[in-house]
Design a protein around this ligand. Structure first.
Ligand SMILES: *Cc1c(COP(=O)(O)O)cnc(C)c1O
Length: 410
């Protein structure tokens, strides 16, 4: 069987001497260095290159934030904190990691439905920007401010009256648990004013994993228009407007990378329009997977090679419990294969159709379904690409009580 076309993601991890490398380290050596399989490996240089790519395309006036929930490994956050303009956290625990990383609290924001009173207090005590998402949060916050003797910095997270079209995940428009419905925002603003909370602006995040530049541009235009309209009811000028993000990465065959050029050009227009409409506002976009997703791989080891009624199964020590997304059970509607290779046999001409499965007693534990792969057996290393985001912390590691993976930054 001839070699299948390689997914562009694979080109980021060059093959040297028949082995895939991460940060110039051959994958078998990296396994020894990690001390175990399975492991996640993230490439520092690729992380930095991605930030630089965005900087080259986005207008200078746009602040680039990293949404930490995509990959909250402290070492990764430590790198990102040096390169981006701010961090967006989604829990009190992520906030601690962001602060540990040395990010200026003025450049940290906190979004998420259902913030606890403790988390609100953490935010006020550290001086970060809170994206409030309900009247309850506003009222709780007033109490926290009194107790701590320090005012809160708040932006209103708006559930917009539009959607981000063609998104992998819609997080705005229609009935949603996120943010305050646009039509109720004036009421929330009045309450923020009455309570004397420090109002700073709006957060309008409408969706995730989008590969269509036009859809992203359209959502940004609508977000600016909505913020401009809502600003009329605000207790003070808007000094920050978070336009969301949603930039996707290609996972599956046939998906094309997001074309950044038109997004950058469009944002230049948004910057100009905002200068007239919201002259004091800093414009922010917040990205998770686009920044880190393509910089990481997941590596597990083949334990057994079974042939069942003519089909080959590579049974590995990793699987769904470590990498739920690659198994197809994290938001996908129809299961498709992530790009996969056998790292220590990369480029081998001896190939076959094989399925890669994990050790769990469920047919859902599938990392590759009948893929064209180098012929492999026990001891070989299976590599899953596009694994830098929503991997380690987005997987049910306790399911079936197998050992956890480790993470390394190379
Ligand atoms: C999840 C999330 C992000 C990151 O989404 P990506 O698809 O990883 O870019 C950004 N902002 C908010 C508010 C989120 O909930």
């Amino acid at each position: 069987m001839s070699a299948a076309p390689r997914h562009p993601a694979m080109e980021r991890f060059p093959v040297a001497g028949g082995e895939l490398t991460v940060g110039s380290v051959p994958v078998s050596l990296l396994a020894a260095r990690a001390g175990q399989t399975p492991f996640y490996a993230y490439d520092r240089r690729l992380l930095k290159e991605r930030v630089e790519l965005l900087r080259s395309v986005l207008p200078r006036e746009i602040s680039l934030h990293y949404a930490m929930k995509a990959n909250p490994m402290p070492a990764v956050v430590g790198c990102m904190a040096q390169w981006v303009d701010g961090l967006d956290v989604a829990s009190g625990a992520e906030l601690r990691v962001a602060l540990d990383a040395g990010m200026d609290p003025r450049e940290i924001s906190f979004a998420g439905p259902g913030k606890s009173e403790v988390e609100l207090a953490q935010a006020v005590a550290s001086g970060i920007l809170l994206n409030v998402e309900s009247m309850r949060e506003i009222h709780l916050l007033a109490g926290v401010v009194q107790r701590l003797g320090r005012n809160a910095r708040v932006a209103v997270r708006v559930n917009p009256d539009f959607e981000l079209k063609s998104s992998g995940m819609k997080m705005g428009g229609g009935p949603k648990q996120f943010g305050i419905d646009a039509e109720l925002v004036p009421q929330a603003l009045a309450e923020i004013g009455r309570l004397g909370l420090g109002f700073e602006g709006f957060h309008i995040f409408s969706g995730s994993q989008n590969l269509k530049a036009e859809a992203i541009c359209e959502a940004q235009t609508k977000a600016l228009a909505l913020a401009t309209r809502l600003a009329e009811a605000a207790p003070s000028p808007v000094t920050t407007l978070n336009l969301g993000g949603g930039f996707g990465i290609p996972y599956f065959p046939g998906e094309k990378p997001l074309d950044l050029e038109p997004v950058g050009a469009h944002l230049q227009g948004i910057v100009e329009a905002a200068k007239a409409q919201l002259p004091q506002a800093e414009l922010v976009i917040e990205l998770g997977r686009f920044l880190v997703g393509e910089a990481g791989v997941y590596v597990c080891r083949v334990l057994d090679r079974k042939v069942s009624r003519g089909e080959v199964f590579l049974v590995t020590d990793g699987g769904l419990h470590h990498h739920l997304a690659a198994s197809g059970n994290f938001g996908q509607v129809i299961r498709k294969n992530y790009p996969v290779d056998v790292g220590n046999r990369a480029g081998s001409a001896q190939r076959e159709l094989a399925s890669v499965v994990g050790p769990l007693c469920t047919p859902l534990d599938l990392l590759a379904d009948r893929m064209d792969l180098p012929v492999a057996g026990p001891g070989d290393l299976v590599v899953v690409f596009q694994s830098g985001a929503y991997g380690y912390t987005a997987s049910p590691q306790r399911f079936l009580s197998h050992p956890a993976p480790v993470e390394v930054l190379v």
